[in-house]
Design a protein around this ligand. Sequence first.
Ligand SMILES: *Cc1c(COP(=O)(O)O)cnc(C)c1O
Length: 430
Amino acid sequence: MSDAPSYGFDTLQIHAGARPDPATGARQTPIYQTTAYVFRDADHAAALFNLQEVGYIYSRLTNPTVAVLQERIATLEGGVGAVCCSSGHAAQIMALFPLMAPGRNVVVSTRLYGGTVTQMSQTIKRFGWSAKFVDFDDLGALEAAIDEDTRAVFCESVANPGGYITDLDAVSAVADKAGLPLIVDNTSATPYLCRPIEHGATLVVHSTTKYLTGNGTVTGGCIVDSGKFDWAASGKFPSLSEPEPAYHGLKFAETFGPLAFTFHGIAVGLRDLGMTMNPQGAHYTLMGIETLSLRMERHVANAVKVAKWLEQDERVDFVTYAGLESSPYYERVSRICPKGAGGLFTFALKGGYEACVKFVNALDIFSHVANLGDTRSLVIHSASTTHRQLTAEQQEAAGAGPNMVRISIGIEDADDLIADLDQALAKASA
Ligand SMILES: *Cc1c(COP(=O)(O)O)cnc(C)c1O
């Protein structure tokens, strides 16, 4: 498809980045199941290796199927480029990698996916990096946490495990003032519901494992660059602004301008970290993205119905869905994610931990899994599973206390979902 930013979302989710296969005319994007690509001649090979010409060398770095997906997600997010990788967690490391160095820190929201809390609080220490956890509703605390060694600010748009929406406009203003890039994990919202770049995000990361693929088949991740950050301005980001010894002293920011982060992600990130997405995985995600808007509309409509039903049920203590008028974040929905607050939320059972465990066991349609963003409805008791490694305070801060159940509402009949919840609640409170 020719570059036409005026096309609507529904058109772009099917066409952006794709064109009929030049060799065969195949209409659907082929799965280029190949590791390497034949060089035209030795000069062509040299130009590719010097980054003087863009092309395919080896599928750890680039692959034509993956490239279509990269362009598709970049377009839907309103970014200039994107790099796909093997998982959402890989995307987070790949986003931080060019920015960080031993002794540097990232300021992160307390409201994060459980695995991200562990990655940021524990694992990145092995690289000599650290994370400072802050309540992003307290903008003063956010500003105060930023110091000389801070290299990025990180949060989720609609935060896992649901019910919270980050005020991206306010947070990006703080990051801007400090001259730092804002990285937003947009997994739970998807670009259909929220476009973080329009609210000041520098980079958007995704677990494509979730709604973008949409049917629970493959893991994947993506980093989208807004192209708006000046990496050379402060001298704080030498990987992007200073000569790169492994490419004859090339400076990414100078040579690639707004595409510097994307080229660095491929030419250094994927080359040396090797967290590559495979073409089969990209194929499944491309299939999923074609129906993203249709699915998200249904996820939201079902979530609103189910959340309203749960909210009035006497066995339920409270429901944290930002799409409910009772939510303290209801105002942010119309501003940050105007098409809805997503399909993910938590609710508290009056019976506490024991009732949650019985409830999860009694459900029929809902599957008890550590996943979200599937066509089918999913449930998890976070405190005994995904958030098990966290301290009680971390669990509370993440909205995953012992009395909380998280549900990812699928696109089934809402009435069937409600009936299933009803019978399981009856068993849980018996
Ligand atoms: C699942 C998830 C991740 C991690 O993604 P993986 O693909 O499982 O590595 C990160 N952030 C959020 C919000 C997620 O839901």
